[in-house]
Structure formats: structure tokens, C-alpha cells
Design a protein around this ligand. Structure first.
Ligand SMILES: Cc1ncc(COP(=O)(O)O)c(C=O)c1O
Length: 396
């Protein structure tokens, strides 16, 4: 895809997005347009807006100035032509996938997926005959073998939630395009500060903006970025008619969160490096999965496509019982799902975020052991997070 190069740095663009227009009063911060509908200057103009012949607001399910500002900002950071905001990450994922496939098509997925994405694809298979399968997308031969004549989409998480395995974006985009399929990447774990899939040839990026983009754990939102023609089609079909729209208030909060995205991601990465090193040296921890460790098995690929390891760590203890003891005794880290916010969060994928996935798929194809714990390292003083985990691990 044609990536728009901007000579300004990432932080400048996240604070002052291109094309951010000031209102009539010159407000530095864009206003929150809490209006469901917009008054047309004339009947003719209203008709022209509906016919797509004139630009202008109609109704906030079809577009809203504050939401527009967010869409432009995230598109600029990902290097895409356009953005489209949704009321949740799942709103973005389901709307994009539904716009790309029809009955009889096949979606090839990385061998690890957020539980509700797996749940959505299972529903599409059951009710609408859109098939899907999982494959090890880190291996070119395995990708080629798994592609079918009906494959319309390759759907990728990298790092995969929660196993932290990476997928080579450039390779997957090359193979998918040769076979006539499009590549959709869930970039929630990385954010555009650390990874920009469109620069590696992928077609659409989706985000749970609930996580790092918003960054403060106070909203639910989603964003998709890609070609303008495709996202215009999504806006006027699956977004408009299914209706997972974002509130202007939440769009404004995410715009505020974006201003500190680069600072927050630097600190998330640094804190996570220290926590991962601590866990790796702990006798009760059997395995740590974190792209910033020296012995991370895909270090070369991480250096090629990621600008930092991110703030997500998975680690394994001997059993589900041992994991429960750790999770029940943390005090600084909070036992809650979600990720990518200021507070350190700890959770158990097998019984929480990934519990909808059948056990044989979860433990087999996806490699999510029952003793695997996921940690979203926050922005607290890292010594406090480490001390907290140390006392909780002693309870095993
Ligand atoms: C990687 C990933 N993608 C998508 C989602 C769904 O996002 P939301 O909860 O905003 O719908 C989540 C939620 O946890 C996630 O972790």
C-alpha cells in the first residue's frame, strides 16, 4: 500500500495530527461535538450530502467531527490513507472482516487469536458458512500450504496474544497477495509507535483503542486504518448498518491519550524489560515469553519489524493452582482483563480472555498452557511491581 511519508516525528504528529482543523474560536484542543444530528443549510444540501455529492455532517452514526479528528490522527500514525473509528475493538474487527468476506470464503489466521475474535469467526462459520483455520504464520511453507483458493483474508496478530509468538508481516503480505488475499493485522499489542504493518505491505490495521491508544483504562473503542476506498465502503455498510459507532466523548479521550503515546510506550517497554528479567531469574517461573529478552527465539524478526518489545509478558508457573495463588496475592498489579493502560494488570488466559476457545485448540494449536499468566506491565515504579510479584510468587 502507498504509505504516506511525513517528515515530522511521531510525537509531533501524535500531538498535532495533520489536517486537524481549529474551530471558529481557535480552540487548541478540538471540541467534543456531542450532537446526534447536524442541521442542513438547505433541503438541496441535505440531499447532496446523502448522495455523497457534497461533504458535510449528516448524523453521528455516519460521521462526527470529533470522531473524524481521531480517525485522521490514527491513520497518520499508522501511515494509512484513512481511518475509521468504532465503539470497540471487536466492532472494528467484525466490521472489517464482514466487509471482506462472503459465504463460501475462507479466513486464514495466526495460530493464536484474541478469544472474542476466535468467537466471532466461529459464529461466522456456524451461521454464514465463512470458514476459518489457524496456521503457523511464522513459517512461509506453512502459510503457502494453508492458503486455499477461497482464502480472501489472512488475519494476523503479532505478537500473538498471549503466547508472544511473532509473524513475519512482510512475508505474509507477499504470499497473501500472490494468492489474491488481503492481510488484516491486529496491532493492539504494539501500537503504531512500535510497529506499522502497512509499511510491511499489509492492507488493513485494526486496533482495540481501549488499550494503549486510549491508554488510561477509561473507555472501550476500536479503530481500523487502510485504503480510503475500502474504509469508505465499511463506513457506509457494516459500520452504518450494524452500528458499532464511537461516542465523540471517547474519541476526544483517545485524542488526549495519543498525545503521550510515545512517552507511555517507552516507559511500558522499559518497565516490562525489568519485570521480564526478574521473572526469568525466579525459580518458581518455568518460562517467560517477552520479545525483549536476549534469548527470545525470534529476535531477528523482532528487530526487523518492531521498534521495541512492548509492555506485554506471558510467564508460566507449574500449574493452574500455582497461577491462581500468584493472581490472588498480587496487590500493586490488579487482577483484571484488558491491557495497555497505566495500571499493571494480571490475568489468566485459559479461564478468562481465551476461555471461549475449546481446550484442545487452546492447549494444542495455540500453545496456551493452563499455567500461563499474562501480565500487562503498567507505568508504576517498576521496583514496586517487581516486589509485588516477588511476594506473590512466594505463596506458591
Ligand atoms: C489483541 C486484542 N484485540 C482485540 C480486542 C478487542 O477489543 P475491545 O475489547 O476493545 O472490543 C482485545 C481485547 O482485549 C485484544 O486484546
Amino acid at each position: 500500500m502507498n504509505v504516506k511519508k511525513d517528515e515530522k516525528g511521531f510525537s509531533t504528529r501524535s500531538i498535532q495530527p495533520d489536517g486537524m482543523e481549529q474551530d471558529g474560536h481557535g480552540a487548541l484542543v478540538p471540541p467534543i461535538y456531542m450532537s446526534s444530528t447536524f442541521v442542513f443549510p438547505s433541503a438541496e444540501a441535505g440531499g447532496a450530502r446523502f448522495a455523497g455529492e457534497e461533504r458535510g455532517m449528516i448524523y453521528s452514526r455516519l460521521g462526527n467531527p470529533t470522531v473524524d479528528a481521531l480517525e485522521h490522527a490514527v491513520a497518520g500514525l499508522e501511515g494509512g490513507e484513512a481511518g475509521l473509528a468504532f465503539g470497540s475493538g471487536m466492532g472494528a474487527i467484525s466490521a472489517v472482516l464482514m466487509a471482506l468476506v462472503e459465504s463460501g470464503d475462507h479466513v486464514l489466521c495466526s495460530d493464536g487469536l484474541y478469544g472474542c475474535t476466535f468467537g466471532f469467526l466461529s459464529m461466522m462459520k456456524r451461521k454464514f458458512r465463512v470458514d476459518f483455520s489457524l496456521a503457523d504464520l511464522s513459517d512461509e511453507a506453512a502459510v503457502r500450504k494453508a492458503m486455499r483458493a477461497e482464502t480472501k483474508v489472512v488475519y494476523v496478530e503479532t505478537p500473538i496474544n498471549p503466547t508472544m509468538k511473532l509473524v513475519d508481516l512482510e512475508m505474509v503480505a507477499r504470499v497473501a497477495h500472490e494468492c489474491g488475499a488481503q492481510v488484516v493485522v491486529d496491532n493492539t499489542f504494539m501500537t503504531p509507535y512500535l510497529q506499522r504493518p502497512l509499511e510491511h505491505g499489509c492492507d488493513v490495521v485494526v486496533h482495540s483503542a481501549t488499550k494503549y491508544l486510549g491508554g488510561h483504562g477509561d473507555l472501550i473503542a476500536g479503530v481500523a486504518v487502510g485504503r480510503k476506498a475500502f474504509l469508505d465502503e465499511v463506513r457506509m455498510s457494516t459500520l452504518k448498518d450494524i452500528g458499532a459507532v464511537l461516542s465523540p466523548m471517547d474519541a476526544w479521550l483517545i485524542l488526549r491519550g495519543l498525545k503521550t503515546l510515545s512517552l507511555r510506550m517507552e516507559r511500558h517497554c522499559e518497565n516490562a524489560r525489568q519485570v521480564a528479567a526478574f521473572l526469568q531469574g525466579h525459580p518458581k517461573v518455568q518460562r517467560v515469553r517477552f520479545p525483549g529478552l536476549d534469548d527470545f527465539p525470534q529476535g531477528e524478526l523482532a528487530a526487523k519489524q518492531m521498534e521495541g518489545p512492548g509492555g506485554m509478558i506471558s510467564f508460566e508457573v507449574e500449574s493452574l493452582e500455582a497461577g491462581r495463588k500468584v493472581m490472588d496475592h498480587v496487590r500493586v498489579a490488579k487482577l483484571a482483563v484488558s491491557l495497555g493502560e497505566t495500571t499493571t494488570l494480571i490475568q489468566h488466559p485459559a479461564t478468562m480472555t481465551h476461555s471461549v476457545i475449546p481446550a484442545e485448540v487452546r492447549q494444542g494449536e495455540m500453545g496456551i498452557a493452563d499455567g500461563l499468566i499474562r501480565l500487562s506491565v503498567g507505568l508504576e515504579d517498576v521496583e514496586d511491581v517487581i516486589k509485588d510479584l516477588e511476594q506473590a510468587l512466594e505463596k506458591i
